[in-house]
Design a protein around this ligand. Structure first.
Ligand code: G6P
Length: 363
């Protein structure tokens, strides 16, 4: 097994380090030299008739879906990310103009398949974004887009999340052109940032100080993660990763919701991880103030040039500067490393957390 882990202590760390190459594969041949999306199975116009988009998914894949939902809404396309377990029993209405996208790493998650079948039966157009060629989702959806992340052994998803978001960014830009008739305002900048993402992830992993931070925060009473826009699903994913592998109490909130209840739980023993992308930062900084005035320590994850964030937080975890729509992916990589090192300090079973399975095939 040691050899298969390629010298790393855990598959999770190996897979975190594999992200630059996984992302290269995800985007390879899918962005043209003049900065347009080129998806072999989905030429321009493929989605002309689509009027709204539903995402169906579970766990980490749901956070990738929430990320894409936000980007589509920013571009004027109605989009809704549903947890598949709910959609399977209480689905939203669809028409033949509804594009239902099942986002699933394995393509075998029972809740996701049940909700996909419900969408198929009710006449929606269905697409799956998955890692596994030949999976049930790939066979049952009308169309499939493969994220090409390669096999993932660690139960906690890492490289498949970043590849899912990268693939969904391509889908978002294609849908925007087809549905609204023009590329999004930021399309060129987003696709350039996506091309540069593998290198940026590589640099981030090589320079992260997450391991030196971990001993200070491992064993805290609870951990809160906050963010706005695409930083909100990244906050949720950061909390999910931490609870999965460290068994620490962790919750992710939309930064604005913090004051509507969770704030009552904030004490000096509640580290708050605040995620910034360069969009909506000022409002999130107000929330940082609210918790710091209650004695909580704040760890800010933000673009390296965000001096105003660095000055307002207790610990600063920088990410390479990039387009805000892509920055969430880099912030997520920092959070993967934080979770990994906290779980390592606590000596947890990182690759096989208790009670969890890589793919859940029961509803
Ligand atoms: C399980 C795994 C999670 C994963 C979720 C959805 O709960 O432990 O890591 O995010 O299933 O899996 P899928 O294969 O559908 O993406």
């Amino acid at each position: 097994e040691d050899a298969e882990r390629g010298g790393y202590d855990h598959y999770m760390l190996k897979e975190i380090n594999e992200q630059p190459e996984a992302l290269e594969r995800t985007i390879n041949g899918r962005i043209t030299d003049d900065g347009r999306v080129a998806l072999a199975d989905f030429p321009p116009g493929t989605f002309d008739e689509v009027s709204e988009v539903h995402f169906l998914s579970c766990g980490t894949s749901h956070h990738a879906s929430m990320y894409a939902q936000q980007l589509l809404r920013d571009r004027g396309v109605p989009a809704y990310a549903f947890t598949a377990g709910e959609y399977a029993t209480t689905p939203a209405p669809v028409s033949e103009d509804t594009l239902v996208i099942a986002v699933t790493q394995s393509g075998e998650t029972a809740d996701t398949l049940a909700s996909l079948r419900s969408a198929n039966e009710r006449g929606a157009r269905t697409l799956t974004v998955t890692n596994v060629v030949g999976s049930t989702a790939a066979r049952e959806a009308d169309e499939a887009l493969f994220i090409r992340a390669g096999p993932e052994i660690g139960v906690a998803a890492t490289k498949t999340f970043t590849s899912q978001v990268a693939a969904l960014l391509l889908v978002v830009e294609r849908l925007t052109v087809d549905i609204t008739g023009t590329p999004s305002e930021d399309s060129e900048a987003v696709l350039t940032a996506l091309r540069e993402l593998p290198d940026a992830v590589d640099r981030l992993i090589g320079s992260s100080i997450a391991s030196s931070l971990a001993p200070r925060y491992a064993g805290s009473e609870q951990h809160f993660f906050i963010g706005r826009g695409v930083a909100y699903p990244v906050a949720c994913e950061g909390a999910l990763k931490l609870k999965e592998i460290s068994y620490e109490q962790a919750e992710g909130f939309s930064a604005g919701e913090l004051k509507h209840g969770p704030l009552a739980l904030v004490t000096p023993e509640t580290p708050i991880v605040a995620v910034f992308t360069g969009k909506h930062d000022t409002k999130t900084l107000n929330n940082v103030e609210e918790v710091r005035s209650r004695g909580a320590s704040v760890i800010g994850v933000a673009p390296e040039s965000a001096d105003h964030v660095a000055a307002a937080v207790d610990e600063f975890l920088p990410i390479p500067d990039t387009n805000p729509d892509v920055a969430g992916v880099l912030a997520n990589v920092q959070l993967q490393l934080v979770s990994y090192h906290v779980a390592n300090v606590l000596n947890r079973s990182i690759d096989k957390p208790r009670n969890l399975a890589k793919s859940v095939t029961v509803e």
